[in-house]
Design a protein around this ligand. Structure first.
Ligand SMILES: [Ca+2]
Ligand SMILES: [Ca+2]
Length: 502
């Protein structure tokens, strides 16, 4: 299928490109950047939510699934974006946020209007709350005085969870998907899809010794796979070439892969590697070996709109390490998902005061810590979880304006980094598709593996002499071949790719 060899690019619309000077990214801004994206080798775009939203969780609180937020443009602009992307042979997938809606969505307003309303059961209403906590902090239940019941929200209280036991909810979501398929989208990214509430068992979550809650009853509920299979099968019946990728809120490989079984999603985001707090080569190698054996192709990424950028988090601002990670992403079996700006080595944006924080998760953390430890410490703790870090406005111009958040940090080596991405994507296209990975080995800090006719050596450590399989010539990197062709000498923090000579 087309996605198995595609390079994806995630666009966080508000911070990507602004076409009308209000300092907020928009759909026409994306249209203007299509030639740039095509030029450096992108095959498909993933657009984060652009739907009307009160933006409590910056668009992941949708109040109308079948429209475009006026801040970002119009449906007509969206249609042009799809048309122009397709003309350039680029595909577009969109974010589907159906664990919850905004409490401003008409469905919720109707549901909240009375206990007897036909849509009451579209959401999760209970006379009494249980101990479930919201993933954004505090109780996951909000009391509604008008009807004397509590509704469930696994994230912010302005994001009410849909009741996936209800068949009408499922049909309503199918209608939404049908609407966007009709406008030509090529696939869907399903937000926190293992959080769908499909069970009517409201048993308390167990609480660990440290007082934190184990979210084992409120996610991955019994029956969820049946619902998700139905969803995927419906999509594939409409058109088997529609791509589905799942966001599973877990960094455990086995859990993630359990959602790509037959009949489920085409793939899922592999946070086990993608969201590593720091570079751990042993973990990387261990998981890489396991992922190379799995039937469905994995995703590969080191950045997204939910975490600190890999330039800081993994590469520690080291250009050579950054290049090694880029090789791993692109010369590998897997679907690379680049995040806007990473191709220019863009760095984190770090708010300097509460007033500058936009992420609700960081705001909540700040308030929690403020009581315990005062302002400056609260800021540090908030920024440690702050998703704003990767959401800084992209610095396309030296006088770039931002209307809603600070600017992402410019990388002085942006041009060279972009050239790396471009060269490696070209190499991927001439030497790929990479369908099998062999001989994964970690020697000290040096990772080596083979795919099709290539041997890839990524040396994260000191200079090393590394043995080669077969007779090879250098096609990328800065290793030096020995005269007999059996060895390559790599400087510190260098990579080398050799192609087998027949
Ligand atoms: Ca704008
Ligand atoms: Ca849920």
């Amino acid at each position: 299928m087309w996605w198995e060899n595609a390079v994806f690019y995630e666009i966080y619309i508000a911070s990507f490109a602004d076409s009308d000077g209000d300092g907020i990214g928009d759909i026409n801004g994306i249209r203007k950047k299509l030639p740039y994206l095509k030029e450096f080798g992108i095959d498909a775009l993933w657009l984060t939510p652009f739907y009307p939203s009160p933006k409590v969780d910056n668009g992941y609180d949708v109040s109308d699934y079948c429209a475009v937020d006026p801040q970002y443009g119009t449906l007509a602009a969206f249609d042009l974006l799809v048309e122009e992307a397709h003309q350039l042979e680029m595909r577009i997938i969109i974010d589907v946020v159906v664990n919850h809606t905004s409490t401003k969505h008409p469905w919720f307003i109707e549901s909240a209007s009375g206990k007897e309303h036909p849509k009451r059961d579209w959401y999760i209403w209970r006379d009494q709350p249980n101990n479930w906590e919201s993933f954004f902090g505090g109780s996951a239940w909000k009391y509604d005085a008008a009807t004397d019941q509590y509704y469930y929200h696994s994230f912010a209280e302005e994001q009410a969870d849909l009741n996936w036991q209800n068949q009408e909810v499922k049909q309503a979501v199918f209608d939404v998907l049908r609407f966007w398929l009709g406008r030509g989208v090529d696939g869907f990214r399903f937000d926190v899809i293992n959080n769908l509430t499909v069970s009517d068992q409201f048993i308390d979550n167990p609480v660990r010794k440290d007082g934190k809650q184990d979210h084992c009853i409120d996610v991955n509920q019994p029956g969820i796979k049946r619902v998700l299979k139905e969803l995927n099968q419906w999509i594939k019946t409409v058109d088997p070439s529609i791509f589905t990728v799942a966001e599973i809120s877990s960094d455990q490989l086995a859990r993630i892969n359990s959602y790509t079984e037959d009949g489920l999603f085409d793939t899922a985001f592999h946070f086990n590697l993608g969201s590593m707090e720091e570079l751990d080569l042993e973990k990387l190698t261990r998981d890489f070996k396991e992922m190379s054996q799995q039937k469905k192709i994995p995703t590969l990424f080191f950045n997204s709109h939910d975490m600190s950028r890999s330039w800081q988090r993994l590469a520690k601002e080291n250009r050579d390490i950054y290049r090694l990670l880029t090789v791993f992403l692109l010369i590998n079996r897997g679907i690379p998902f680049l995040f806007q700006g990473e191709e220019q080595g863009v760095g984190d944006y770090l708010p300097q005061q509460l007033a500058d924080i936009r992420d609700i998760q960081a705001k909540n953390k700040y308030q929690e810590e403020l009581i315990l430890s005062g302002e400056s410490h609260a800021l540090i703790m908030a920024n440690q979880v702050n998703r704003d870090r990767s959401r800084g406005m992209l610095p396309w111009l030296s006088n770039q304006q931002s209307g809603w958040i600070g600017l992402a940090a410019v990388n002085q080596e942006a041009k060279g980094i972009l050239a790396d991405y471009q060269n490696l994507i070209r190499l991927r296209k001439t030497e790929g598709p990479f369908t099998a990975i062999r001989n994964i080995k970690l020697t000290g800090d040096c990772l080596s593996y083979q795919t099709e006719s290539l041997q890839i050596i990524l040396n994260f450590g000191q200079p090393i002499k590394h043995s080669l399989e077969g007779n090879r010539k250098t096609i990328f990197g800065n290793g030096m071949l020995s005269e007999d062709g059996h060895w390559v000498h790599l400087p510190a923090k260098a990579c080398w790719i050799g192609k087998e000579q027949l």
